[in-house]
Design a protein around this ligand. Structure first.
Ligand code: P6P
Length: 321
């Protein structure tokens, strides 16, 4: 099996970007170790603090964020970073070529129940027309991303990543500590019989979304040509990985009773990287009205509704909205 670096070289990825990806993955290996140690590493449970999202921070959230922050800010290739766990942009090296945004541990409510969790990361070219630590560094549409990926801490530790070409999957080989290529080109089936949504919010959705989900529930007893099943991981990284692996449609719609909060998922370090991974694997990623990768961000921790996955199923829903 091929190791990671030769595949990046074969994809003509610039050396500075390869070095930056290696830095991110070095942090991921330390996080994977702590996650796998679980209660033995003393990092389960919550802190007494909240992040800017108003979410109680888990000890592993804080540890993962600090690991990534320390490693990235010491990289000569990083001009600035943004994190779900940081209120503001953090300045790196003046003149460095890239900026990095990340959700250090997505799905952290799964930590204490040994569920799937993951690190989501995205890399953009740094902007020379604004200050290194300006939030405007990250006000670039997702189509500007030069790399998007996640590390899924599950039964095996998987890296799923694209640098603009195919979405590839690598598995962490613990014997020698490297990521080995295990799927050269992920491709999402255009059709699916599996949907992914938090049904407890049903009463809060717009009517077209309610009608669509009710249609999936009815299956062949209604207007659809097949029966549907539902999966909800509570961690976007796990749900999107299932969709990249076998198809599906994932939805986190806006809740009508929260007009100032258009959905729960953050554009910069959740929706955009996942949208790039899905599109490079033949899927679609929309807010319901716009292609996610075309959105011009207006603020660092901006939230957006997300509908993503199997092309024909996403298209079918978008036509009803
Ligand atoms: P809910 C995790 O907190 C997250 O940001 C995503 O990873 C996940 O898809 C979603 O929130 C889960 O939200 O409302 O089901 O807890």
């Amino acid at each position: 099996m091929q190791r990671l670096i030769p595949t990046l070289r074969a994809d003509n990825v610039p050396l500075e970007l390869i070095m930056l990806i290696r830095t991110i993955l070095a942090a991921s290996k330390e996080i994977a170790f702590r996650v796998n140690q679980g209660a033995l590493s003393g990092v389960l449970g919550s802190t007494l603090d909240e992040n800017i999202q108003g979410e109680t921070q888990k000890k592993l959230d804080v540890l993962s964020n600090q690991l990534l922050k320390d490693m990235l800010l010491s990289s000569p290739d990083v001009r600035a970073i943004a994190s779900e766990e940081e209120d503001d942009v953090v300045k790196g090296q003046d003149g460095a070529p890239y900026i990095v945004a990340f959700d250090p541990l997505d799905g952290s409510s799964n930590i204490d129940i040994n569920g799937q969790i993951g690190t989501i990361f995205t890399i953009y070219p740094a902007r020379d027309d604004v200050a290194a630590d300006s939030p405007l560094q990250f006000s670039q549409p997702g189509k500007n991303q030069v790399c998007a990926g996640y590390v899924l801490y599950g039964p095996s530790t998987l890296l799923v990543m694209t640098t603009g070409g195919p979405t590839r999957q690598y598995t962490l080989d613990r014997t020698h500590g490297g990521y080995l290529l295990t799927k050269a080109e992920l491709s999402i089936p255009a059709q699916t019989s599996e949907f992914s949504i938090n049904m407890s919010n049903f009463h809060r959705w717009d009517q077209p979304i309610k009608d669509y989900i009710s249609e999936l529930q009815a299956g062949t007893e209604g207007s659809r040509e097949r029966q549907f099943n539902m999966r909800w991981n509570g961690a976007m990284v796990g749900d999107v990985h299932r969709i990249l692996s076998r198809g599906g449609i994932f939805l986190y719609p806006a809740n009508t009773d929260e007009p100032t909060k258009p959905g729960k998922l953050r554009l910069l370090y959740e929706a955009n990287p996942m949208a790039m991974l899905v599109e490079q694997a033949d899927g679609l990623a929309s807010t319901g009205t716009d292609r996610i990768l075309d959105i011009q961000p207006s603020e660092l921790h901006q939230r957006v509704p997300v509908i993503t996955g199997s092309k024909e199923e996403v298209d079918y829903l978008l036509k009803t909205l």
